[in-house]
Design a protein around this ligand. Structure first.
Ligand SMILES: NC(=O)c1ccc[n+]([C@@H]2O[C@H](COP(=O)([O-])OP(=O)(O)OC[C@H]3O[C@@H](n4cnc5c(N)ncnc54)[C@H](OP(=O)(O)O)[C@@H]3O)[C@@H](O)[C@H]2O)c1
Length: 294
């Protein structure tokens, strides 16, 4: 028999999670700080709990999806709720930092609560579909216990490791890649507009160029994993041509008065590597100038 599941937080994402659980046949209870947002879920078959205590008491599995861990803390970290959660499984799907997840996990362990931290790598429309991706970290046996419920939320559930901070850490790494592309997109749009290039043309050419960039990023990760920073026969591009082309962009931006906050950062990293003698090394050599943990 499928376990009863409670979803705390029915904003955009929490509602999608609850709908997916209902659709998969889990007896579902929901609670939201603003009750009106939980009402559509009642119509879909969920029970709506009057308060957090009733909500967590109703189920063996509690999925939390609020805005941040501070909000989670406000909901869960008091004696009565901790007692009600003892022995149950909490799946924290709120976004946060690796250290934040570790702190919640330590609190859960102190109170005899089984805990998983998940990072949702999808928008609400992907939840409950085969392409829905959630990264999960926590004890392996607890992951096995939560696998069924998680599987209802997406077809691509990835166990990242036992350190509870790992899912959020990988989430942040992937988001760094995403924002690299999105902020790059903002710069490209500014350049196109300044040079009267139709944005439709930009979009079309990006479709043709994106696979090349994708290949460069995959190559960069592969080379860094192997520590292959010096140029070799497989080097696609050394620092030198990148830096030359980068300066064409900077000159254009200066001439057209486009904001260079982002390119100033690129310049700093390029200069560190070049000043240290890496002009003719693989672009991957720049990774040594991004700062390191002590
Ligand atoms: N939307 C996405 O595409 C997406 C993708 C990946 C991850 N996420 C993550 O999912 C989480 C929720 O995102 P969302 O898009 O659903 O945001 P949202 O629509 O703004 O919903 C936020 C939810 O958090 C609740 N909340 C905020 N502060 C609270 C507090 N102090 N106490 C109790 N409840 C509180 C809100 O309750 P009220 O209704 O009462 O305000 C609401 O249920 C975030 O951590 C977000 O990073 C979202």
């Amino acid at each position: 028999m499928q376990p009863a599941i409670t979803v705390l937080g029915t904003g955009r994402m929490g509602s999608a999670l609850a709908h997916a659980l209902i659709k998969a046949g889990y007896p579902t209870t929901v609670w939201n700080r603003t009750p009106a947002k939980a009402a559509p879920l009642a119509a879909a078959g969920a029970k709506v709990a009057a308060d957090v205590h009733d909500a967590v008491a109703a189920s063996e599995v509690v999925v939390v999806n609020v805005s941040d861990y501070h909000a989670t803390e406000g909901l869960l970290r008091n004696g009565a709720i901790a007692t009600a959660l003892k022995g149950k499984l909490v799946i924290e799907l709120t976004s946060g930092t690796p250290d934040g997840a570790r702190e919640v996990a330590a609190w859960a362990e102190r109170h005899g609560i089984r805990h998983l931290d998940g990072a949702i790598m999808a928008t609400p429309d992907y939840i409950g579909t085969e392409a829905g991706t959630i990264l999960v970290s926590g004890p392996a046996d607890v992951f096995e216990a939560g696998r069924g419920a998680l599987g209802a939320l997406g077809g691509n559930i990835r166990f990242i490791g036992e350190d509870p901070g790992l899912a959020n850490a990988l989430d942040s790494a992937l988001l760094a890649l995403m924002w690299g592309a999105l902020f790059g997109g903002l710069q490209a749009i500014a350049v196109a507009r300044a040079e009267a290039i139709d944005l439709g043309t930009l979009a079309k050419q990006w479709s043709a160029t994106a696979p090349v960039v994708d290949g460069l990023v995959s190559d960069l990760i592969k080379r860094c994993a192997a520590g292959r920073y010096a140029a070799d026969d497989e080097t696609l591009s050394s620092v030198s041509p990148h830096y030359g082309a980068f300066h064409h962009l900077v000159e254009l931006m200066k001439a057209r008065g486009i904001d260079r906050t982002i390119t100033d950062g690129y310049e700093t990293i390029f200069r560190r590597a070049i000043d240290a003698g890496h002009l003719h090394d693989d672009f991957a050599s720049l990774s040594q100038f991004m700062g390191r943990p002590e």
